[in-house]
Design a protein around this ligand. Structure first.
Ligand code: NQM
Length: 364
């Protein structure tokens, strides 16, 4: 029997510094085109304010996680991330989201896909978009998911329970172009992929300081044109093809850190809007990239003298990661050895979403 999906079970969660609608795959249409059409109506796209749906009018609040039991013996659940465009009728599965990932473990336990243990429940997640894996430690005191705690992350007011996420090294190369540094459109770049394709550049090479606010950078039309040219060329070099209509690669401008504990300051374009903080996997790319000898981070970033901790500064604070790389050599390419982060997530509501009826999409 075909289901009509005019009401759909849904959980709205903040995952890290993003917010999104979480669904069980079984609650959505199996056909991807039908599913994406439904999700546009659920989120209220296309419309800059997403006034008729759940979206918040910004790429960081127009996200969807689709979760299902995994058939991969190395994972408990599959997590498909979908970026729902705000003012275009587009849904993309071309990127991961490490922020919504923070809510996937709690959601999987809440929906009974993974049995809660006493204390902490490890949820092994396959990120369907990339095929990479992650393990999330979900706080489950008394056998129930707890969102209350004392972990603070920059960009989110207050404190919540920590969700520690470990990323085993991915299968793809850390340097997709095979080079630690090259030049695109006259600008030195390092193209990395530590779970998310990112083009790293020194802010100074683009005539900005790297300390501007996201609004100031977004208003700079000349900068936008140069970034667009670099991104389209980088897409081809990174093996991503024509990236005109995709959200990857991201672009991150690097500047020297502002604080004593900082390794580097960042401004990240995702890929047109400037991030108010930084994505999880985007930050993983920055941390690994600046650790590579010869990268554009050299002379800009200040690497920690010891230990794996890297503090990536961003417009609303900082992001601490545990990151280690192997520099490669003897024919072996550089590779990520370790990436781990502390995030928080919070259930905002659990219930039924009523999508805008089909056939009513109209750009405003
Ligand atoms: O890089 C924004 C975010 C993200 C993605 C983006 C993310 C990540 O902050 O892993 O989390 O880069 O579009 O949610």
């Amino acid at each position: 029997m075909t289901r009509r999906h005019d009401e759909v079970r849904c959980m709205l969660m903040r995952g890290g510094t993003s917010k999104g609608a979480y669904f069980l795959a079984d609650d959505l249409p199996a056909d991807p085109a039908e599913r994406d059409g439904l999700l546009l109506r659920v989120m209220g796209s296309p419309d800059p304010r997403q006034i008729d749906g759940l979206g918040g009018g910004h790429p960081l609040t127009s996200k969807v996680a689709v979760v299902a039991p995994s058939t991969d013996p190395a994972a408990d659940v599959d997590y498909l991330f979908l970026q729902v465009a705000v003012d275009a009728a587009e849904v993309s599965d071309r990127q991961n989201c490490g922020n919504l990932l923070a809510g996937v473990g709690p959601f999987a336990v809440e929906r009974g896909l993974v049995p809660a243990r006493e204390g902490t429940t490890a949820v092994r997640i396959r990120m369907v978009n990339s095929g990479d894996h992650a393990v999330a430690q979900v706080p489950t005191p008394g056998g129930r998911v707890s969102y209350a705690g004392d972990a603070e992350i920059s960009g989110v007011p207050g404190a919540a329970a920590p969700v520690v996420v470990d990323f085993p090294p991915g299968a793809g190369p850390l340097l997709p172009t095979g080079k630690v540094r090259e030049e695109i459109a006259g600008v030195r770049v390092t193209c990395v992929d530590n779970g998310m394709p990112v083009v790293l550049m020194a802010a100074a090479d683009l005539g900005v300081t790297g300390y501007e606010s996201p609004a100031e950078l977004e208003a700079d039309r000349e900068l936008a044109a140069r970034l667009r040219e670099i991104r389209l060329a980088a897409g081809h070099l990174m093996g991503l093809g024509d990236v005109e209509h995709t959200t990857v690669p991201k672009l991150t401008l690097l500047a020297p850190p502002r604080s004593d504990q900082g390794a580097v300051t960042t401004r990240t374009f995702i890929p047109v809007r400037c991030h108010t903080s930084i994505g999880v996997l985007g930050a993983a790319g920055v941390a690994a990239g600046i650790r590579l000898a010869g990268s554009v981070g050299e002379g800009v970033a200040r690497l920690p003298e010891r230990g794996d901790r890297v503090r990536v500064e961003h417009p609303t604070g900082f992001f601490d990661l545990e990151s280690a790389v192997d520099q490669g050599g003897d024919g072996a390419p550089p590779a990520a050895r370790r990436t781990a982060v502390v995030r928080t997530a919070r259930k905002i509501f659990d219930g039924t979403v009523f999508p805008r009826p089909a056939g009513t999409a109209r750009a405003t």
